[in-house]
Design a protein around this ligand. Structure first.
Ligand code: BTN
Length: 243
C-alpha cells in the first residue's frame, strides 16, 4: 500500500489531485492527514475535524472507464466498502444515507467526497475522499454528528481502520472489474437509510415535503414516492433528506 502520511494540509483531496497532475502515481495511492485546514464536504460544505482524532484521507483510482461502467458506481462502491468494514464492529443501525454518508444510530459518522479528473473521452482518474469520525468526541454545531468512539465507548486504532478500508475498496474494485456492478447497487440499496419509511425532504428553496425513499437509481438519483403515490427522482442539487 502506497500511503503518504502528512501532518496538516488544506485538503487530502486537493493535495492528491495536484500531486497526480504533477507526477506519476501508483494506482490506489493514499494521502492521509492528521488535520485539514480546508477540508471539503458535499454541496460545497466544509469538513472540519479535531486534529489527530479522526481519519481524513484520499485514495486515487486511475484510468477508470466510464464507458464500461456507470460513472456513479464508485459513489456506490465506496460507501459500501466503508459500511462493510464497520459492520465487523458492533454498531447499531449502520446505514448508508444518500448519496454516500455513513450513519449509525441515526448519526453521521462518515462522509465521502469523490472528485473526477477527466483524462480522455472514456477514462477518468478518481479521487475518493473519506472522512471518518473515529476518536473525536466533541462536534460543535453538528447535532447529527457522532463518532465510532462515542457510539461504542472505546478508542479505535486509526491506522488499522485506514488499512482495512483501503483494502476493502481495493478488493471491491477488483470484484467490480471481474463481476460487474450489480452486487454493489443491491448492497447499497439494501442498506439505504430511511428506505420505505415516510421521511421529510427539503428543497433548495427550503420548502419541505414528505415522501418515501424507494431506492437510488442508476443515475445516482434518489427515487421517492410522493404523497399522491407518484414517483419522482431527485439529484443532490435538488433536495436533502432531513434526519
Ligand atoms: C461530506 O460532506 O459528507 C463529505 C466529506 C468528505 C470529507 C473528506 S476528508 C478527506 C477528503 N478530503 C477532503 O477535503 N474531503 C474529503
Amino acid at each position: 500500500m502506497n500511503i503518504i502520511k502528512l501532518d496538516a494540509i488544506p485538503s487530502t483531496n486537493s493535495f492528491l489531485k495536484e500531486m497526480s497532475a504533477n507526477q506519476l502515481l501508483e494506482d490506489f495511492t493514499v494521502v492521509v492527514a492528521e488535520n485539514q485546514t480546508e477540508g471539503k464536504g458535499q454541496r460545497g460544505n466544509e469538513w472540519k475535524v479535531e486534529s489527530a482524532k479522526s481519519l481524513t484521507f484520499s485514495l486515487l483510482i486511475k484510468n477508470f472507464s466510464v464507458i464500461k461502467f456507470n460513472p456513479f458506481i464508485l459513489n456506490i462502491l465506496t460507501p459500501v466498502s466503508v459500511f462493510q468494514v464497520l459492520s465487523s464492529y458492533n454498531f447499531r443501525n449502520l446505514k448508508i444515507k444518500w448519496p454516500n454518508d455513513i450513519l449509525a444510530e441515526n448519526k453521521k459518522i462518515g462522509g465521502i467526497l469523490i472528485e473526477n479528473i477527466f483524462k480522455s473521452q472514456d477514462k477518468i482518474d478518481v479521487i475518493i475522499g473519506i472522512g471518518l469520525n473515529v476518536n473525536q468526541t466533541k462536534f460543535e454545531n453538528l447535532p447529527n454528528a457522532s463518532s465510532l468512539k462515542l457510539l461504542l465507548n472505546k478508542d479505535f486504532n486509526k491506522v488499522e481502520l485506514l488499512h482495512q478500508i483501503v483494502l476493502q475498496i481495493e478488493n471491491n474494485y477488483q470484484k467490480l472489474l471481474s463481476f460487474g456492478e450489480e452486487y454493489f447497487w443491491s448492497f447499497y440499496n439494501e442498506n439505504l437509510y430511511r428506505k420505505n419509511v415516510p421521511s421529510v425532504f427539503e428543497k433548495i428553496d427550503k420548502s419541505r415535503f414528505q415522501g418515501i425513499i424507494q431506492k437510488v437509481s442508476s443515475d445516482g438519483k434518489l427515487v421517492v414516492q410522493l404523497e399522491d403515490d407518484s414517483f419522482q427522482s431527485f439529484d443532490l442539487k435538488e433536495i436533502s433528506l432531513l434526519y
